[in-house]
Design a protein around this ligand. Structure first.
Ligand SMILES: [Cu+2]
Length: 170
């Protein structure tokens, strides 16, 4: 990211020319937030990296399967997804990426401020779960209806808001 910005600054005239012909100009606030789907060499550990992210409403999230040994999904905790408990804001649309093969990716943008919990269909029990905080939601979030092991693993919204990204080392 930094490298790209420096390159653009150095080639200022060229970048200005690009802007004139109408190419999109992105700001840091509008950048894509990437979440890697990872696994260790023998497949005994799988996880979302980072497990917790803070985004602005409408900002693009992109999951990328960087695990050469497994397929993964990004799937909202929502009754529409195999009867899972509702763990995204009321009225927000659930998502399910379906299976992503290695190197495949999935993009999503969430507009309603709030806390969104999600999991990987084949690896929920293995702790492949994550949390997204959109905007600066008010009030607190209880983990009471969140199944184990997600209940134990997802970072508190306050921590995600403070750190912007939260990583775990499984
Ligand atoms: Cu998985």
């Amino acid at each position: 990211m930094m490298l790209v910005r420096r390159t653009l600054l150095r080639a200022g005239g060229w970048a200005a020319g690009l802007a004139l012909v109408g190419l999109p100009v992105t700001t840091p606030a509008a950048s894509v937030v990437e979440i890697r789907m990872r696994g260790n060499a023998d497949g005994s550990k799988v996880w979302f990296d980072p497990i917790g992210v803070l985004v602005e409403p409408g900002q693009t999230l992109r999951w990328i399967n960087t695990d050469p040994g497994n397929s993964h999904t990004s799937t909202a905790y929502h009754p529409a997804n195999e009867g899972h408990p509702l763990r995204i804001p009321k009225g927000a649309a659930p998502w399910n990426s379906d299976y992503l093969l290695p190197e495949q990716s999935f993009e999503l943008s969430l507009t309603a401020p709030g806390v969104y919990d999600y999991f990987c269909v084949p690896h929920e029990e293995a702790g492949m779960v994550g949390r997204i905080v959109v905007g600066r939601p008010r009030g607190s979030v209880s983990n009471a209806t969140l199944p184990e092991p997600a209940r134990r693993l997802v970072p508190a919204p306050e921590e995600i808001i403070r750190c912007k990204t939260v990583r775990i080392t499984p």
